[in-house]
Design a protein around this ligand. Sequence first.
Ligand code: FAD
Ligand code: FES
Length: 318
Amino acid sequence: MRRARGRKRVFTKFTITFSVRATFTAKIYKMQAGNPIESVCERGIEAADAARPIRHVNCRIIRNYEFAPTHFIIDLELADFGEPLMPGHFANLKCDDKPYGMLYRPLSVMEWDRSTRILTIYYKVVGVGTEWLTRQGVDTVLKAVLPLGNSFGVPDTAKKAVMVAGGVGVAPLIFLSNRLRIERPELPVLFLMGARTMDDLCLQLFRQYSIDAEFATDDGSYGHRGLVTELLAGEFDTDGQIYLACCGPTPMMAAVKRLVPSDVIAEASLEARMACGIGACMGCVAKIGQRKSVDGSFTYSTVCHDGPIFPLHRVIFD
Ligand SMILES: Cc1cc2nc3c(=O)[nH]c(=O)nc-3n(C[C@H](O)[C@H](O)[C@H](O)COP(=O)(O)OP(=O)(O)OC[C@H]3O[C@@H](n4cnc5c(N)ncnc54)[C@H](O)[C@@H]3O)c2cc1C
Ligand code: FES
């Protein structure tokens, strides 16, 4: 699969504070005329990374429905956007109708049909933005910024792919599984999905996309009773090139990291609270890399621009 990884940039706390990018961002905010976030997006996108076709687009709602309590699927028609979207990419969606509203909300691409230009997103209602989204009907036009982030990089040498998903982390992994089925039909894919209860497992998504998966729930209401990581036991005992991708709550991904041998190529899609979404504000940094021995500080990368996908073994979860 083609890898659309962004330029690697690593920051120390010191350079974050005094980076050229931060100064640039401050200038953008200073000269803004309208909505701060729109101003950053519209004026900052080009400078943030000229190599990526990040754009502010209008999307018309085709369908927006609740398939399980608090779990929604929204189909958006992006008439003016025909570029490829890769598994791992996300969109920043404006989730209110006020000109000086909230920060755009990051939501992963679960499916992108380039011929019909329909983008499918799965979202769970957790707060004001996602609740507002549930009330938007067909033909409402929303604003979005995309494509954001990098994408998964399944090595050509992989003989098996393992997906480990928790909660809303299922969306990018469904996209990846579907792409692998089309582009690498010979590659076996094991999909492991965990949630607190059966209601949060999104079984409808697995049925809709015809994805075979093994399930785990904390309360035992469906599948294995316990953690999804328990389903990984024995997976790495045999020889063979395994590729692993995980996306879900931080404790889940930290547990996966502890279980995966260091020679297995593994990637984690991280979540962070985001503001600009384009690598300009440094509001979403995560600890990536080794703890430095000299002053004890960490190195940082932006989840929105350098990520959200990082080599699992380099992510420092604490
Ligand atoms: C790269 C990326 C991809 C994502 N993809 C999806 C997706 O496909 N589907 C989906 O449902 N959600 C996804 N999320 C999470 C989604 O962005 C948040 O749930 C959403 O922004 C919440 O907005 P809100 O206004 O409804 O909640 P708010 O009112 O802003 O917050 C409600 C509660 O949710 C918590 N919260 C909000 N955002 C986050 C976050 N990013 N990480 C952890 N906790 C958070 C807050 O701390 C608070 O407790 C993704 C996040 C990232 C960073
Ligand atoms: S740098 Fe602004 S949200 Fe990531």
